[in-house]
Structure formats: C-alpha cells, structure tokens
Design a protein around this ligand. Structure first.
Ligand code: HEM
Length: 485
C-alpha cells in the first residue's frame, strides 16, 4: 500500500526525493535534529535530485511538490495565486488553542483575504514612520544594555541581547507593553515569551504526534499551546479595555487595529465581509509577537556575525551610517531607508541565512505546472526550498561568499526574480516585512556606530541551533563587542 501511495510522483514523471521511508515518506527529514546534517541539507539534497526544478516528496502519504525553478515559484506565489491561497491546514481543537484559529498565518480562502486586507494598512510606510522613534528608543536601550554588559565581559551572547531587543520592540509596538527587559536583564514578559516559543523535547514529541495523528489529537481536544498563551490574552484584553476611552494614541499595532475596528462602522468605509472582532484583535496581537520576535532576533544575530567575520564590510557600513548622520544631523526614517549598503548587508545575510528556510502553499484547485504536464490536485502541497534557491550557483555566483554588493542598486538587475525570498513572495508574503527591516536597520546602525563587533578566536563559524523550527544560531553563540570612541 505504501509503495502504491508513494508512486504518485513517479507516475507523473517527477523524480522522487531520496530518503523516502515506508508509511512516513519524507516526514522524518523535517524533524531531523543533527548538527552534521540539518533539515535544510535534506531539502537541499532533494532540490538537486530534482535538477533544481521539480522534485516529489511525501509528508506521510500527502504529496508535496518541491519547486526550485524561479519561474514556477513566481507562477505559484504570484501569477496563479488563486490556486494557492492557503497554507497547510491547521485545526485548533482545544479551548485554549481556539485563540489561534483567527490568526492570519493559518486562515484560509476568503477569510484570509478579508483579514489580510483589514490588517495590511497597519504596515504601510506611513505607519512605520510613525513607529520609528518608538523603535529607535529601544535600539538606544539595546546600546546601553551592551555598554553595561561589556563592563564585566566583552563577550556578548547575541541571541540573548538581540532577543531582548526584539521582544521589547514587538511588545511595545504590538500592544504598548513596556517590558523593561533590556533595563532589568529579564522580565516576566520575557519568561512568558520564552516559554511560549521554547522548543522542549516534550513539545516536539507532542507536535510529532499532532502531525502524525491530527484527527486523534482533535478528538481528544489536546492542547498544542502552552498555558502562557492565557497570559498574553489577558494582557491584550486589559490593554484594550484601558484604551477604549483614551484620547492619547501611541500609534502602535493595537491602536491601529482598534482604529480599523472603529472605522468599519463608518458608513463610508470600504465594505469588507469580515469584521474586526475583539477576538481577532487579541489573536493577531499575539501572532505579531510570535511571528516577529524570533525571526527578527535571529536575523540580527546572523547580520552581526557576518559583519564580525567581514571587518571591512563592517567599516563600510559604519562609514555609511556616519555620513547619514553628518548630512542629516540624526538618524531619520528616510535616511535609514536610503542607506543602500545597510540594505545590501541585511539582504545578503538573509540570502545566506533565511530564518524561514522554506515556505509552503496548499493547492486549492487543480493546477497544471506551467511548461509541464504535471497536474496538482486540490489539497496537494507545494514547498519552496528558500535556503537552496538562495545558495544555488546558477543564480548566485560564489554563493557561499558574503558579498553585500550583489544587492547594491547598480547590481540588482543581475538578480533573477524569484530567486530571493526571505520574506516569501506575492499576496501572502510576510505582512511584517517593512517593520522587521526598520527594526533590524535601526539596531544595526546603532551597533556599528557604538561598537566594533568581532569573533572570538577559533569561532569563525556560526554554531547553528539544530532543533526544529526556524533557522537560528545556537544560544551559546557570542561575539566580542569593543566600544568605539
Ligand atoms: C526578519 C524578520 C522576518 C522574517 C525573515 C519573516 C519571514 C516570513 C516568511 C518567510 C513568511 C512566509 C511568507 C510566505 O509564505 O510567502 C512570513 C509570514 C508572516 N510574517 Fe514574517 N518575517 C519576519 C518578521 C515579521 C514581523 C516583525 C511580523 C509582525 C509584526 C511578521 C508577521 C508575519 C505574518 C503575520 C505572516 C503571515 C502572513 C499571511 O499568512 O498572510 N513577520 N514571514
């Protein structure tokens, strides 16, 4: 039976990825915990096995088509998006998990479209400009935190430092919660977020069972989320109650969502089938923490590491930031946006270390892959191996080298579209991209202005965390921060 079900791709003329196991297919390759051969290397093997074009894999018996060709990637994510609106279906059955059934990442079809169009105006360039000073204040607190820490030891654990910063930024900007994590070195808020995003062995086992026996999980109403979720629910509800009649607006995400909720009662508002309810505001405020905290912190760690490994590029960046300040008197939103080398450094890091090393879509109506006679059925999955595409020599000469210049405006026309997707692509790409970039750029600008970052001798390779989930450096990863005059 297994052999019959795992013949789906071969019957369509698509090569089947190596490491296929009876019954579970390639499921195990996404749960590998190995420093020698992490998950993205299994994906990479499949990518090249399919000639970096198409390769068939199986999640247990579910067919998952890996797409490596940039034109097909663009067709799926952009041009023929209406066949691929959804991600993998997630059902939250228990009472505690219900809060997650309204989050943008898991919504499907028309409901996703409605909620996305309600939330998108929160992330416009104008709104980001309004949040600039709030984020800058946190970047200054990060600088002060590092100055304090290096008095005792110049070696800074970067995941901790950038994790504190990212948490402060997102909790302040998502719902106005001042956690004082950077000032106090820790906070109750930090502990709850850490608990919420911690990948303990128990949680991995639970998650594995959920993936293997989802129906049984639902029938038993087992919780997937941790009790700390309740804490955030209460925090957001309390903040909403307080703000209901408050005149002064902070301009954070909660304010913006509450404003959008009010606007929908305006008879002149653009009609939307979906209304912003209190539950929707609460669940998406929590989502912004989950989606924005670790991703941005990990990206900052990778950029800092790349700059430490490449001191000339670090100096070039420092000079660019100094020039902006010289011209404009201070760091401004426009100045930061116009910093071309800073942008290039972040992009080149995201190319080498995309924290989301793959992305997925579910086919919602039958679809023939352009230029082939391979037809996907509704419910088949499509997987885009971001990490492998980012390191394919065909698209990126000397792919292992850190060369920010690739992303400078004068060289950008050499980048083939569909080959750079750290935030995904198309209508369902990362909604928080603008915010994440502003946050990362501000922190980096302050770091290079205040410190020289260097590697400890003998630690010239990033020690990666091999647990499941996002791609990130290990918790022990440190850099030496030397204060500049
Ligand atoms: C460097 C930081 C970040 C990276 C690398 C990143 C990356 C991604 C990626 C790859 C996706 C999937 C896109 C796709 O499937 O095409 C995604 C989706 C998403 N991200 Fe981010 N992200 C970052 C920061 C943030 C922040 C700060 C927020 C919120 C404040 C956020 C909110 C979201 C949400 C809500 C989605 C789901 C969008 C939808 O389904 O419509 N992300 N992100």
């Amino acid at each position: 039976y297994s052999r019959y079900r795992h013949n789906y791709w071969a019957a369509r003329g698509v090569p089947t990825a190596p490491n296929l196991l009876p019954l579970i297919g390639h499921f195990h390759t996404q749960f590998v915990v190995s420093k020698k051969k992490p998950r993205w290397l299994y994906t990479d093997e499949a990518y090249y096995h399919g000639g970096s074009w198409l390769c068939g894999t199986y999640d247990k018996f579910k067919p998952v088509l890996m797409i490596g060709d940039p034109d097909i990637v663009k067709a799926v994510l952009i041009k023929d998006f209406d066949h691929f609106v959804d991600r993998r279906k997630a059902v939250f059955a228990s009472k505690r998990d219900k809060i997650f059934s309204g989050i943008l990442t898991v919504l499907t079809g028309e409901q996703w479209k409605g909620v996305r169009s309600l939330l998108s105006p929160i992330f416009t360039s104008g709104k980001m400009k309004g949040l600039f000073r709030l984020v800058e204040q946190k970047a200054d607190e990060l600088t002060a935190y590092i100055h304090r820490e290096i008095k005792a030891n110049s070696k800074i654990k970067i995941r901790k430092a950038f994790g504190f910063y990212s948490l402060e930024v997102i909790s302040s900007c998502a719902f106005g919660m001042e956690t004082n994590t950077l000032a106090d070195g820790d906070s109750i808020f930090n502990q709850k977020v850490q608990a919420m995003s911690k990948i303990s062995t128990g949680r991995v086992i639970k998650f594995l069972f959920f993936m293997l026996f989802p129906k049984l999980f639902q029938a038993l109403g087992v919780n997937l989320t941790v009790p700390e979720t309740e804490f955030f629910k209460e925090v957001v509800e309390e903040a909403m109650r307080k703000r209901e009649n408050q005149e002064h607006k902070r301009g954070d995400f909660l304010d913006l969502m509450m404003e959008a909720r009010k606007d929908q009662n305006n008879p002149n508002a653009k009609p939307n089938k979906y209304t912003i309810t209190d539950e929707l505001v609460v669940s998406n405020a929590i989502l912004f923490i989950l989606a924005g905290f670790d991703t941005t912190a990990n990206t900052l760690c990778f950029v800092a590491y790349m700059l430490a490994l490449n001191p000339e590029e670090q100096q070039r960046l420092r000079q660019e930031v100094r020039d902006i300040i010289k011209d404009e008197g201070e760091l401004t939103y426009q100045g930061l946006l116009g910093a071309k080398f800073l942008d290039a450094v972040i992009n080149e890091t995201l190319r080498l270390h995309p924290t989301a090393h793959f992305t997925e879509r579910q086919c919602t109506k039958d679809y023939t892959i352009p230029g082939t006679n391979v037809t996907l059925r509704a419910k088949d999955m499509v997987m885009i191996p971001v990490w492998s595409i980012h390191r394919d020599e065909k698209h990126w000469p000397e792919p292992e080298k850190f060369r920010p210049d690739r992303f400078l405006p004068e060289n950008k026309d050499q980048i083939r579209s569909g080959t750079f997707l750290p935030f995904g692509l198309g209508p369902r790409n990362c909604i928080g991209m603008r915010f994440a970039l502003m946050e990362a750029k501000l922190a980096l600008a302050k770091m290079v202005l205040n410190f020289e970052m260097s590697c400890e001798p003998g630690k010239e390779e990033i020690d990666m965390d091999s647990s499941i989930g996002l791609m990130r450096p290990s918790e022990e990863c440190s850099l030496i921060f030397t204060p500049l005059e």
